[in-house]
Design a protein around this ligand. Structure first.
Ligand code: AHR
Length: 504
């Protein structure tokens, strides 16, 4: 049995968590929209054609922010196609995913859906095939109350109140040669600065996200960020990070260390942004929008044989395993650890396409394995992140270097008088006994210790067996004289909730 020490203190606050850390992403891709959120005629669909079984699952996750409409989809997105009378909207070929986009669900419909889901939208602008003009017109269409060409057009489309979208992405993965209209860092940095200028002239309170590297393997990483920020530092609020984690060689110890790579990525970009800050003698810090992250690799072969040019093809339909849920859990802990600088993060994506929620057309919706760590972090990871001191054994890994067996972070929700310790035991052979000195929480008791564990790392939830991997409670966790003691099963995601006595 392996041992670890974890300590934290009510007074040692690392950051106030921005709830947008539990954001997600929906792209016009595969069955995310058509057959996912939207399926008129489905037994659960409402009058707008939205599946209420899907809406219920999205609401269960308490997602505060959804990035939309792409992704790669935006590089050739003509936003004007997606508004106005639905029967007059053009069907377009979507080059990014080689699909047909009927534009049945457009901007205003999706905004209506997101209201029902309880989420704000973060809109990505097309800076690939379009540019400053289309971007500023879209912002005016969405956010101006009325009395101008574009805002009156929105009103004539039946949307009297402006949407008031607060956060805008200046393109998507503009360093990627797979984007039509991808750019060098200098070209993109200039464009982001000028598009940003136009948007800020309209409303200086809007928050803008500049595209960072598509991943750490890009040849231009991390010079890309330095150059881009050099151009647009004072205009933007965030630099974006994207990363997807894979287990292509079926090597679990390496796969479980993917969040160590994520952690390094975040640290590198914080240093890069702060370097530009110093160079510019600026008083402003650039924060991080980690607006695409997830495990993604299972569906790659299946995608190669999908028929092109159809509406809602089954693309990127990863069936997630229990080990994927552990990696997602480690990533959530990593994001929380950096909550002082990572203010926005989007699990990519939300429904059917590399998603925690799956649906069958005309059939049920169910929770994938990765649903659970995201759910727990979103429900219980609100409030403040506490400095969490950890001492534990680690293992050496050729890809990631030293990987600790324990990944953990404590959060404190003052209002609910609740502390939550999130913890992953990466050890596939042994339980991990953690002992923690927790200061300032006198009288706190263990409310619940939730565990996600399974004998088979490849276990998945499917339509036929949707509850194969589900959390359970364990009752052996205790606090005695300020010492927390818990046993984490081998390979497990743990949520240990402590609360003031007498409070629910
Ligand atoms: O989320 C799937 C795709 O991954 C997105 O469209 C793109 O931005 C990224 O490469």
């Amino acid at each position: 049995m392996m041992q670890a020490r974890v300590s934290f203190d009510r007074e040692l606050i690392k950051a106030v968590i921005d709830e947008r850390l539990f954001g997600s992403f929906i792209e016009h891709l595969g069955r995310a929209i058509y057959g996912g959120v939207y399926e008129p005629g489905h037994p659960t669909s409402d009058k707008d054609g939205f599946r209420t079984d899907v809406l219920d699952l999205v609401r269960e996750l308490r997602v505060p922010l959804i990035r939309y409409p792409g992704g790669n989809y935006v590089y050739a997105f003509n936003w004007e196609d997606s508004v106005g009378p639905a029967d007059r909207r053009p069907r377009r070929l979507d080059l990014a995913w080689r699909s047909v986009e009927p534009n049945t669900v457009g901007l205003n419909e999706f905004a209506r859906w997101s209201k029902k889901a309880g989420a704000e939208l973060m809109i990505a602008l097309n800076l690939g095939t379009r540019g400053i003009d289309a971007a500023r017109n879209l912002v005016e269409y969405c956010n101006h109350p009325g009395g101008s060409y574009w805002s009156d057009l929105r009103r004539s489309h039946g949307v009297a109140e402006p949407h008031g979208f607060k956060v805008w992405c200046l393109g998507n993965e503009m360093d990627g040669p797979w984007q039509v209209g991808y750019k060098t860092a200098d070209e993109y940095g200039r464009l982001a600065a000028e598009a940003g200028k136009a948007i800020k002239l309209f409303d200086p309170s809007l928050e803008l996200v500049a595209c960072g590297s598509s991943n750490t393997h890009m040849p231009t990483f991390p010079q890309w960020e330095a150059t881009v920020l050099d151009h647009c530092y004072e205009t933007v609020t965030y630099i974006s990070l994207h990363d997807y984690f894979k287990n292509l060689k079926n090597d679990l110890p390496t796969f479980l260390g993917e969040s160590v790579g994520m952690d390094n990525f975040i640290r590198t970009i914080i240093s890069t942004a702060d370097f530009v800050k110093a160079k510019k003698r600026s008083r402003k810090s650039i924060n991080i929008s980690f607006d695409e992250w997830n495990v993604w690799f299972h569906s790659r072969q299946a995608d190669e044989v999908v028929e092109p040019w159809t509406v809602g093809p089954p693309l990127l339909e990863d069936v997630y395993t229990f080990e994927d849920a552990l990696v997602v859990g480690c990533c959530l802990i990593t994001l929380l650890r950096h909550a002082d600088r990572v203010r926005i993060a989007c699990l990519a994506q939300l429904v059917n396409t590399i998603a925690p929620i799956m649906t069958e057309n005309k059939g049920p919706a169910w929770r994938q394995t990765i649903f659970y760590p995201f759910l727990h972090a979103s429900l219980f990871g609100r409030g403040e992140v506490l400095e969490t001191f950890i001492r534990c054994p680690s293992y050496e890994n050729a890809t990631h270097g030293e990987i600790p067996y324990l990944e953990s972070i404590a959060t404190f929700n003052r209002q609910a008088e609740e502390v939550t310790l999130f913890a992953v035991n990466r050890n596939a052979q042994e339980e991990l006994v953690i002992e923690g000195k927790i200061a300032g929480f006198e009288g706190y008791k263990v409310r619940e210790h939730l565990v996600l564990a399974h004998a088979d790392p490849k276990a998945a939830n499917t339509k036929e067996n949707p509850a194969n991997v589900t959390p359970r409670s364990i009752a052996t966790t205790s606090i005695d004289k300020g010492m927390l003691k818990a046993v984490l099963p081998r390979l497990s995601w743990n949520v240990i909730r402590l609360g003031a006595a007498g409070k629910a």
